[in-house]
Design a binder for this molecule. Structure first.
Ligand code: AMP
Ligand code: MN
Ligand code: MN
Ligand code: MN
Length: 281
């Protein structure tokens, strides 16, 4: 059993890369990929655990993109985590994120929300501050009751303090991953776009732009959704991938490897992805 999607304290997860490596062994996983949002900062720490970890530890990233007017997430797996060009590209994302966070805080203040930068920083143990941390800070200050309300009322797409900054295209993201020796996959299709989105046609276009596959198993898929995406992978001759999207305490109810309890991602799926990475497909 494998898990090719999870987050650490280097983005918006609550477990360190070292803890994730230990949890992977505890769960009896054979492979784990760390896929923090827009950063590879956790990868050297994860890889450093390999000598004492039975589970194979793999490099990954989840890049935030824009696709047809909505946010879309791209998973990169199996790339060289020390690739200089990729590191440079990801560093540019970090700089843009800092500017976005400043603008977001300004907008909240303009709306009369008394949030301080320190309130947000206190909840972000790593280098990266994301909207997940803003949402927790708004809860802690008693401004909203739960994180979901923070997204609805203030910082979610379309809400008054939302500041767009993710204009990377999926095609460019796939190029970044491929040029660093990895494979590009669409993360949780159907989860970040509008409902009833016609994925059949869109996925064909994305394949032409360098995507080798997409997540066909995911913690929050229902049985019908999983069957649909597994069939779509076969129909389009693309590779299925899967993972829990574990965030620790930031996504309660989701465990590494098994998701909400019944997730199971076959080892053979990773072998296929590794073959594709070797072919530079
Ligand atoms: P950022 O990359 O800083 O824009 O923050 C994005 C993160 O915020 C995502 O990875 C999720 O963890 C979280 N997030 C985004 N939208 C929502 C939402 N509607 N409800 C709950 N969490 C969300
Ligand atoms: Mn997240
Ligand atoms: Mn995602
Ligand atoms: Mn994720």
């Amino acid at each position: 059993m494998i898990d090719l999607h999870c987050h650490s304290t280097c983005s918006d997860g609550t477990d360190t890369p070292e803890t994730l490596a230990a949890l992977a062994d505890e769960a009896g996983l054979t492979a784990l990929a760390l896929t923090d949002h827009d950063t590879v900062a956790g990868l050297p720490r994860l890889m450093a655990c390999q000598p004492t970890t039975r589970c194979r530890l793999l490099p990954g990233i989840e890049l935030s993109c824009r696709f047809l007017g909505s946010e879309m997430h791209v998973l990169g797996l199996l790339f060289d985590p020390l690739d200089a060009q990729l590191l440079e590209r990801v560093e540019a994302l970090r700089v843009r994120r800092i500017a976005r966070n400043t603008a977001l805080l300004d907008r909240l203040r303009t709306l009369g929300v008394p949030l301080e930068w320190e309130d947000v920083l206190a909840l972000a143990p790593g280098d990266q501050v994301s909207r997940a941390h803003f949402a927790r800070a708004l809860v802690k200050k008693g401004i909203v009751c739960k994180p979901q309300d923070a997204f609805h009322r203030y910082i979610g797409e379309g809400a008054p303090a939302y500041v767009p900054f993710k204009d990377l295209t999926p095609g460019d993201a796939a190029g970044w991953i491929r040029e660093a020796g990895g494979v590009a996959l669409v993360a949780h299709p159907g989860r970040t776009s509008r409902r009833l989105f016609p994925w059949d046609g869109a996925m064909k276009d994305l394949k032409a732009q360098g995507f080798v596959g997409f997540e066909a198993r995911y913690s929050d898929y229902g049985p019908a959704e999983q069957a649909y995406f597994e069939a779509l992978a076969r129909d389009l001759d693309m590779l299925p991938s899967g993972g829990s999207d574990y965030h620790g305490a930031f996504k309660p109810g989701i465990r590494l490897g098994v998701g909400r309890g019944d997730l199971e991602v076959p080892d053979a799926w990773l072998e296929n992805l590794e073959a594709a990475a070797r072919c530079g497909r």
